[in-house]
Ligand binder design. Sequence first.
Ligand code: ADP
Ligand code: MG
Length: 260
Amino acid sequence: MSAIAISALTKTFSKDKNSESALKNIDLQIVQGDMVALIGPSGSGKSTLMRHLSGLTLADKHTPGIVKVLGKPIQKRGRLDKDIRQTRAQIGHIFQQFNLVNRLSVLTNVLIGGLSRTPSYRGLLGWFTEEEKLAALDSLERVGLREFALKRASDLSGGQQQRVAIARALMQKAEVILADEPIASLDPESSRQVMETLKRINKSDGITVVVTLHQVDYAQQYCQRAVALRQGEIFFDQRVDALKTEQINQLYGTRPPQQK
Ligand code: ADP
Ligand code: MG
């Protein structure tokens, strides 16, 4: 089964018919267990595509196309039903700014991840079972941060906070992880650790990872496949080991050709 299947997705923000679409007729399939980099210059549509995958942006009549995650449509014409909620619970999110609750402990931040999968009033009030706490500690262990469990989230470095966000997705038992620019605000060493952590959970748990990256070299180092967007279109889609410098230069280096 495809983890992600997009067909004929177009997104136009403005209702003005002559305005440029942020996504133009995108077709994309990602198999389960793959680790795919979404690359391309700023403004090429990466985040817009990610928001459609997560269901954060809902389809409307200006947004034709079908987006399926784990075999189920993630969007239904602006409605949010039980099926979509269930599918969303299987998707973990990693953002550039980590999005942890700063004043809470690292452990609680991870425990919150479990609530996306199995919501409970008990959990919303901050009461968790021993079993849940052990599972959260285990998730932290897997990102190498078990000993930080009782620290405040804001006391950790950026790279560590990002790994806590990964532990939160593990606690959620996410089957697909969508990471939008997860290393954009990190130094090279932290970036490496975050990418390695994503790679590790991709390999050991078969979690499908889609990661947008500014730098092609990280895509080449950690991903199997690179999908490049340029001006809302798929510019190339191929195995990273077959990427040519010329293609990368075309993507980032030269000005895009003028429309005829
Ligand atoms: P990337 O993540 O690759 O930098 P984005 O997906 O953020 O690109 O943006 C793609 C295009 O869509 C850009 O031209 C951007 O200006 C436009 N865009 C993104 N979000 C909105 C929005 N909420 N309203 C209007 N235009 C938007
Ligand atoms: Mg973006």
